[in-house]
Design a protein around this ligand. Structure first.
Ligand SMILES: [Zn+2]
Length: 176
């Protein structure tokens, strides 16, 4: 375009050109620019719903479609584990009492563990043995009447040795 023509092109003319270009397809470069501009933009809830409605029943290509027995790559697994961080582990509240060798103990019974977990949750971890006043070592919530009711008053804090003695005494009493 000659210098002269450029000068002649009025604003009105420019506007006409712009109008004429409307509706034409963007070049690949422009499209990329547009997609970059959209990055980070959040969809509204309504928009999200519309998208999810539109995608219902739609089958993706077999390449990307979810497959049974599909194995995630290490990278994906790491991503999943990062996204799950901060969530409460399914086994967090399950406190496992140590296996005691004393056969008098009912440590192998599921109900026994469950009730003690419940007591611990309600009363917290016992800090002091109610009998010998010991504060060191493991201290348990011992069930007073050995009926394992869900009654917090039925439990006293006992250290391991007092607990064993207590249970032994209790069992001996039951035998006589
Ligand atoms: Zn004790």
């Amino acid at each position: 375009m000659a210098e002269k023509t450029k000068r002649i092109m009025s604003d009105e003319h420019k506007e006409k050109i712009r109008q004429a270009k409307l509706g034409t397809h963007c070049s690949a470069k422009t499209k990329r620019k547009m997609s970059l501009a959209k990055l980070g933009k959040k969809f509204t809830e309504e928009h999200k719903n519309k998208i999810s409605m539109a995608l219902i029943g739609r089958h993706l290509s077999p390449k990307t479609e979810f497959k049974q027995n599909h194995k995630h790559s290490r990278k994906t697994l790491r991503k999943i584990s990062i996204s799950l961080m901060g969530r409460k582990a399914w086994n967090k509240d399950k406190i496992h009492l140590p296996n005691e060798l004393n056969p008098m103990w009912k440590g192998d019974k599921v109900g026994y563990n469950a009730i003690h977990t419940w007591v611990r949750r309600k009363k917290g971890s016992p800090k002091k043995c109610a009998t010998c006043r010991k504060t060191k070592g493991k201290i348990h919530w011992a069930n007073i009447n050995h009926k394992y009711h869900r009654n917090l008053d039925d439990y006293i804090s006992l250290c391991v040795s007092c607990h064993k003695k207590y249970d032994l005494k209790n069992n001996l009493l039951q035998l006589t």
